[in-house]
Write a protein that binds this ligand. Structure first.
Ligand code: PGA
Length: 245
């Protein structure tokens, strides 16, 4: 299976010009490698334009989607809309949404089902807080999230790689303090056994310096990259390294 490298731009950058520059660099790096699947997830407002321009070389994804197809849900975007503008993936349950927007496992579960139903591939994010990590509760937290988030999600979707799980320890996100490849690999293996997912990736302070260590672990199939995806050179380097690991 190809390595999966996902750019999560979050609420960045501020202008279309800059988003376009990042997407162009990522798609050009993606075109040069055969064994890496590059997924670019910009803010919604630029998704359609960028997917139309660069969709042949890179794959595009949304950073979230609502659980209903249409209706009176001010500010929300439906999975069908994403699919219709050329997105193939969607990130669901990112810890920033769980923390800042109060997303619960029940909401995440509904979103996953709606997104899969619309024909999108889902990147589900799970991970523990620093307190839970220090208390040695990581496996317990992951098992609970997976049980609730994947409740009655079709096993077929899980087994045939429509569902990717990103292990993202919350304390490692945006801090420069990445998990060690060994521990991340151990948790990725645990996630795979509990969920049945075939693709498990790591996220949390991934950079061109540490990507090789993560991808060298057989349990880790790729990376979800936040901060480093905002630097065109750095993100291209990550793609290039992924192709040789
Ligand atoms: P980071 O973000 O690479 O900036 O730590 C990762 C993420 O939140 O997906």
């Amino acid at each position: 299976m190809k390595k999966l490298i996902v750019a999560n731009l979050k609420m960045n950058p501020q202008t279309f010009t800059e988003a376009d520059r990042l997407a162009r660099a990522a798609s050009s790096a993606a075109r040069k490698v055969k064994n890496v699947e590059v997924v670019f997830c910009p803010p919604f407002v630029w998704l359609e334009c960028l997917a139309a321009e660069y969709g042949k070389k890179a794959i595009f994804g949304g950073q979230d989607a609502f659980w209903e197809e249409r209706g009176a849900y001010t500010g929300e975007i439906s999975p069908v809309m994403l699919k219709n503008i050329g997105a193939r993936y969607v990130i669901i349950g990112h810890s920033e949404r769980r923390i800042h927007l109060g997303e619960t496992d029940e909401m995440i579960n509904k979103k996953i089902k709606a997104a899969l139903g619309a024909g999108l591939k889902v990147i589900l994010c799970v991970g523990e807080t620093l307190k839970e990590h220090r208390a040695g509760r990581t496996k317990f937290v992951l098992a609970r999230q997976l049980r609730k988030d994947l409740k009655s999600v079709s096993k077929l979707n899980i087994y045939n790689s429509k569902l990717v799980i990103a292990y993202e320890p919350i304390w490692a996100i945006g801090t420069g303090l990445a998990e060690t490849p060994m521990s991340a690999g151990y948790m990725a293996d645990f996630i795979r056994r509990v969920s049945g997912a075939r693709r498990v990736i790591y996220g949390g302070s991934v950079s061109a310096k540490n990507i090789k260590g993560f991808l060298s672990r057989r349990e880790i199939d790729g990376a979800l990259v936040g901060g480093a995806s905002l630097d065109a050179g750095e993100f291209s380097k990550i793609i290039k390294i992924a192709a040789y690991v």
